[in-house]
Design a protein. Structure first.
Length: 82
């Protein structure tokens, strides 16, 4: 297990606790696509359902709908028209 040291004065300046810093880090890494929902919840030390609620409260999408998803959906819709 790695240890991340955040100086106390930095946490104090941000007005957050160690725990809050973990949650912020987890949200940021999930939002940027660097961590999956499972691992971000684990980092935040929250049950996945609770972490999902936290993300929704922060307006961070749980799912990233990308170009490939759109192509797949359009293909599915077109095949239903036939």
């Amino acid at each position: 297990m790695s240890t991340l040291h955040i100086p106390d004065d930095v946490l104090k300046k941000a007005g957050i606790s160690d725990r809050d810093a973990l949650v912020e880090l987890a949200c940021g890494l999930f939002a940027s696509g660097k961590l999956s929902l499972f691992f971000a919840a684990k980092l935040a030390q929250l049950p996945q359902a609770e972490f999902e609620e936290l993300l929704l409260d922060r307006k961070i999408p749980l799912y990233r709908y990308d170009d490939q998803d759109l192509r797949d959906d359009l293909s599915t819709l077109r095949s239903r028209d036939d």
